[in-house]
Design a protein around this ligand. Structure first.
Ligand code: HEC
Length: 104
């Protein structure tokens, strides 16, 4: 079921021009402030994360190889260092849209 849900997003995410339209970047930032800012620097101008070894959202957005697709699959999978970490699909699209705005 999860695969079926993921497919339309994956197809949309392949085109960078569409990436901004699939989610709402402002809502993505709101979601990140609530759910991610405990560990990550999520604000556009924030350069240091609350935890020294946690990447800022800007660093994540500008990491070579971190595509929209990679982010989407990352958010759909529980992550060992990030407990209970599975983001609902609608919020994934917003987060990915927000991260896209942080690319240099
Ligand atoms: C409890 C702390 C914590 C919270 C909350 C948290 N993260 Fe993380 N995150 C980490 C740590 C630690 C790492 C780096 C270690 C790693 O990559 O394994 C990380 C890495 C990442 C990465 C990079 C993974 C990679 O392989 O480079 C992404 C993307 C990410 N987090 C997104 C998010 C998002 C989006 C949220 C909010 C929905 C979030 N994180 C909330 C601790 C957290």
């Amino acid at each position: 079921m999860r695969l079926l849900l993921a497919l339309p997003f994956a197809v949309l995410a392949v085109s960078p021009a569409l990436a901004v339209e699939i989610g709402d970047a402002a809502r993505g930032l709101d979601y990140a402030r609530v759910n991610c800012s405990e560990c990550h620097a999520v604000e556009p101008r924030e350069m240091i994360s609350p935890f020294f070894d946690v990447p800022t959202f800007r660093e994540i957005a500008n990491t070579p190889g971190v595509s929209e697709l990679a982010l989407i699959s990352f958010f759909q999978t529980p992550h060992p260092t990030m407990p209970d970490f599975v983001v609902p699909s609608a919020d994934i699209r917003d987060l990915v849209a927000y991260l896209a705005t942080l690319k240099n």
